[in-house]
Every structure is written in C-alpha cells, then in structure tokens.
Design a protein around this ligand. Structure first.
Ligand code: 13P
Ligand code: SF4
Length: 358
C-alpha cells in the first residue's frame, strides 16, 4: 500500500543516514517531495549536486538530463541514481547530437566559421539545461554554454558578447522569450527544424541575418497554456496576478504579469500579499503544492484540465523505495553515468554557466 511504501522509504533512508542525498525537482509528486533533502529548480539542483561531496550516493527525483548533470558536477566516486530510468524529458529528446552537428555544419556554410573583424564568433551555441549530456559537450567544445530558465538572460548576454549570432536549443520558447526581453525582434529569430531540409527556411539567408536561430523544440506541458486561459483567469478573478514559466509561448508570456523559472514562481507566491489571487502557468504538481502551502491566497493553475509532466510523474514511490534499498544492499540500480570524455566537455559548458551566474 501507499503507506507501506512511505515506510520503506523512510526506513531505508534512516538506515543509510548521511551517506545519501535525495534531490527533488519542484514538479515531483508530494509523496516523493516529502523524502527529499533538497527541493529546487533545475539550476538549484545542479548546484546542490556539485556542493555535496560528503554524500556517497545521490538519488535524483527528477528527469534524466538532471541526473546526468548531477553526475557531471559531482565527484567521480559519488553515484547518481534516477529511480525510474524511463523518466526522460520529451523536450530534451527533440534535439540529438547528430541533428545538432548537422545543423552546425549547415549554418557554418551559410554564416561562415571565421570570427568577425572584431574577433566575435559567427555563432555561439547555447543549450538549455533540458538536453542530453552530449549536447552540453557540444557547447563545451564549440565555445558555447548551458543555461537554465533562471539564468537565460545573463547567459545570452555572455553569448552575444562573444558572437554575432546564437544557436539556441532545444526550447524555442525560452530562447525567444529571453532574447525578446533583451530587445531583440522575433523577426530576427528564425526557426531551425531538424526534420526539414536546410532547417526549413525558404531562403537560407534568413540564418545569416539572424540574431538567434531557434531550434524547433518545445515543452508539451508548457506549450499547452493559452492567452484565452489568461483572459479567463482575469475575468474570473479581477486583479489576479498571472505568472508563467518561460517555456510558455511568447503570446502567453506577453499576456502574463510575470515570467520566470519554477524557483521564481515559488518566491512570487510566497511574497504575494494574503488575500491575493495568483494564476500560474506551470506544472500542476507544483501549483497544487503551492496552493496547499498558502491557504490565505488563491493559487490556481491557468489550465483547468490537469497537466502534469508525465515523465516527472514516473518517479513513483515504489521506484524510490527500490532504489534506496538497492543502495543499502550495495547493488545499485538505475545508475546514471556520463562517459568521461562527454562529461569533461559538458562540464566546461556548465562551468561557464556557473561563472556567469553563480
Ligand atoms: P526549471 O526547473 O528551470 O524552472 O525548469 C522547469 C522544467 O521544465 C524542468 O524540466
Ligand atoms: Fe521536460 Fe517539460 Fe517535463 Fe520539464 S515539464 S521535464 S521541459 S517535458
């Protein structure tokens, strides 16, 4: 039963003591979050994994790219376990290394590969944290960098200081929303569709004129939010504050009052005055938890049809119990390891991010 599983998790964790570090992303279900030693957004979790060399084992309750990042940033002797290896991210899966290498080659032929007269590169690759380790490694070896939704602005400033254009993958919305907030016109942000010849542009010269080339990826959870939902929330709750994640489309971000990472959303709701109403455009497990934590405020999800991240949800308590007990036995299941070469190059891009935004 559910209660027996909770007990198994508590017991295994108690027996493992300080050897174990359980990390939980904000989108995890409550039955998992209660066991986490640290809960955060993807940036905070990556940093935390890097700052806890005292733990022998890290159990990552999140999705695959997060566990990979924890493995890259933690010490080699620390193990990282993803309780259910099928907890991936559909957005991260929208870009693979062969497609990115192919795009890079084609863009090189269009835009050139030699630095400009002022020493700036023609293109700087920027990958969202939500990507495979091989894509982070690509950025590491090609003068690029990683960003998360909480530091995309600072990272893009870094990239534009070093190059004429940015190739941003895999999330078009985070790229577009962030660059637009920096004053760049969406007209100068053509899409690159990896499934179409030449990225899908009728005239490849658009990439030459671009400020930012956006990979045609998206988050299926956040792309569902609509302007109509924002309008409906405003009609139902006059004075409501609407806050959304930057993986939402540009129109939704425009219609909202604030945009930011999950950590920003958590903070905004904590700081909102009692009695206020806040409509949120992000994953439902987080929104429901925030609503429960702030009974003095009206906190609700913009989407009336429940929209969990189905892969985050794959971390079921049964998997967590199983993973912890396997560590106790010394026969660890579902370890996530990134090979040394990939990890080394990916770490270069991750460390650039941590320098830009500690
Ligand atoms: P953040 O944790 O950076 O807000 O990202 C949200 C998300 O979609 C994680 O997969
Ligand atoms: Fe991926 Fe979206 Fe789920 Fe985040 S919410 S893990 S981006 S599918």
């Amino acid at each position: 039963s559910g209660e027996q599983l909770q007990e198994r998790i508590r017991d295994a964790k108690a027996r493992l003591g300080g050897k174990i570090l359980i990390l939980g992303h904000f989108y995890q279900r409550d039955e998992i979050i209660v066991h986490a030693d640290f809960v955060g957004d993807s940036f905070q979790l990556a940093k935390h994994a890097a700052e806890r060399p005292d733990a022998d084992h890290i159990v990552f309750c999140g999705v695959h790219f997060m566990a990979e990042t924890a493995d890259i940033l933690s010490m080699p002797e620390q193990s990282v376990t993803l309780p259910n290896l099928s907890a991936g991210c559909s957005m991260a899966d929208m870009a693979n290394i062969d497609q990115v290498e192919d795009c890079w080659e084609q863009l090189g032929a269009i835009c050139g590969t030699r630095p400009d007269a002022d020493g700036r590169r023609q293109i700087v690759p920027v990958t969202y944290m939500n990507s495979a380790a091989s894509l982070k490694a690509f950025c590491g070896r090609n003068g690029g960098i990683v960003c998360t939704s909480s530091n995309a602005h600072a990272v893009l400033e870094w990239a534009f200081a070093r190059g004429k254009r940015v190739l941003f993958f895999p999330d078009q919305h985070l790229g577009r929303n962030t660059a637009r907030a920096m004053g760049i016109s969406p007209d100068r942000m053509p899409l690159w569709d990896p499934y179409k010849p030449s990225g899908g542009a009728a005239d490849p010269a658009v990439y030459d004129k671009a400020a930012m080339i956006l990979w045609k990826g998206f988050c299926s959870v956040h792309q569902r939010f609509t302007v109509e939902q924002v309008e409906r929330a405003r009609r139902a709750y006059p004075g409501v504050k609407v806050i959304v994640h930057p993986e939402c489309s540009m129109n939704v971000v425009d219609a909202a009052d604030g945009t930011g990472s999950t950590a920003y959303i958590v903070k905004e709701i904590a700081n909102a005055p009692a009695g206020s109403a806040i409509a949120v455009g992000t994953e439902i497990n987080l929104v429901n938890r925030l609503a429960a934590q702030h009974p003095d405020k009206t906190v609700f999800c913009l989407d009336p049809v429940v929209c969990p991240c189905s892969t985050m949800y794959r971390i079921h308590p049964a998997y967590l119990a199983w993973a912890l007990e396997s560590i106790e036995r010394g026969d660890i299941v579902n370890r996530v390891t990134v090979d040394t070469d990939t990890a080394g190059e990916a770490k270069v891009a991750l460390q650039r991010m941590l320098e830009v935004h500690p």
